[in-house]
Design a protein around this ligand. Structure first.
Ligand code: FES
Ligand code: FES
Length: 172
């Protein structure tokens, strides 16, 4: 039997220890050894963004990072985004606007958008487009995703923000 590697790191705010085959990517460790399947498995080539997680607050593609490299770092996955039963504002606005359809791309978009709003609480539409340009979505056409990020940003700043009626899911 092949030797397993052990690492200790912070996962969604909790000190975590895991053993896995040393060749595995962080994506594989999360999904296969920690049963956190919210991080999605897409191209495995760094091209689709669906495997994005936050490492020390910065988005990275977990398909391109070895699990071993997570040692000692803080990793946040989609499972750590809500606080108890309370959704993160981005999760709520993605649901409200129809920015999630099949949902396969959503964990990656949500975490990259969270990183953006942490750094820049009032991003312009081009800044949102730029920040999310590494994430692909086959379903939404992106506009609803950009609107959801703008809406969440406004809510997080304590402002009122109303979406155009035709943007609301089901009314187009
Ligand atoms: S699965 Fe990692 S970028 Fe596509
Ligand atoms: S909602 Fe289906 S791929 Fe984005």
């Amino acid at each position: 039997m092949k030797q397993k590697s052990h690492i200790t790191f912070t996962l969604n705010g909790e000190q975590t220890e895991v053993a896995f085959a040393p060749h595995k990517t962080l994506l594989e460790v999360l999904r296969e050894d920690l049963n956190l399947t919210g991080t999605k498995h897409g191209c495995e080539l760094g091209e689709c963004g669906t495997c994005a997680v936050l490492v020390n607050g910065k988005s990275i593609l977990s398909c391109l990072m070895l699990g071993l490299e997570a040692e000692g770092h803080e990793i946040k996955t989609i499972e750590g985004m809500a606080v108890g039963a309370e959704l993160h504002p981005l999760q709520q606005t993605f649901a409200d606007t129809g920015a999630a359809q099949c949902g396969y791309c959503s964990p990656g978009f949500l975490l990259v958008a969270e990183e953006l709003l942490t750094k820049n609480p009032k991003p312009t539409r081009p800044e949102i487009q730029e920040a999310l340009s590494g994430n692909l979505c086959r379903c939404t056409g992106y506009i609803k995703i950009y609107e959801a990020v703008e809406l969440a940003a406004a809510q997080m700043r304590g402002e009122e923000y109303e979406l155009p009626r035709e943007s609301v899911y089901g009314l187009e």
